[in-house]
Design a protein around this ligand. Sequence first.
Ligand SMILES: Nc1nc2c(ncn2[C@@H]2O[C@H](COP(=O)(O)OP(=O)(O)OP(=O)(O)O)[C@@H](O)[C@H]2O)c(=O)[nH]1
Ligand SMILES: [Mg+2]
Length: 198
Amino acid sequence: MINILRKKVFFLKSVSSIKNLPDNSLFEFCFWGRSNVGKSSLLNSITNFKLANVSKTPGRTYTINFFEKDKSFRLVDFPGYGYAKRSKIDIYNWNKLILNYLEIRKNIGSIFLLIDSRHGVKKIDEEALKILNAFNIKNNLVLTKIDKIKDAELNICLDKINCLKKKLTSISEKVFLTSSRKNLGIKEINQEITKILS
Ligand SMILES: Nc1nc2c(ncn2[C@@H]2O[C@H](COP(=O)(O)OP(=O)(O)OP(=O)(O)O)[C@@H](O)[C@H]2O)c(=O)[nH]1
Ligand SMILES: [Mg+2]
């Protein structure tokens, strides 16, 4: 399969207010999850390009960042949730921005909801999944940093996800097992985007 994500993906804009969203003519694939889960790293891996800033400290992506494959589709880096060391007003503003986006955006291809495989599905991840379910937005679960865990831990994580899938029907069947560091599961995400676009 042709790797449609490689090359020619460029930064379009960063948005901190819903008023400034780009036009909705292209499908958007969003990457969401806890702060530090590896959203920006994953984006860089699937495009094989340093598009998004990888943070040494959590909570560094404050805006919704749009990257575009010319006239084809967009990749969207969301601010992470669950980072306690930010002010309440910052957290409120980021959550409001994301909720507004989810509520009004008609051109969402899929939300890739990232879960850190070392920590498993936390309460706050379940809340994010419930929001997507309530908005009836299709989402793909992605376990990140699998280079850091053993098979037994991975299986615990997958068991919990299987339970959630029974309750939350917006979660897609396939779960992506990824490591940006080891380049694992990246091709599969790439193929999923290709499939949704075709
Ligand atoms: N071991 C390992 N570390 C990773 C992997 N992906 C990301 N990291 C590390 O996790 C940290 C956070 O990565 P980011 O990609 O910046 O995470 P983020 O979700 O974009 O973080 P915020 O934008 O701050 O919410 C960095 O130190 C990365 O090097 C991975 O696959 N394996
Ligand atoms: Mg980031």
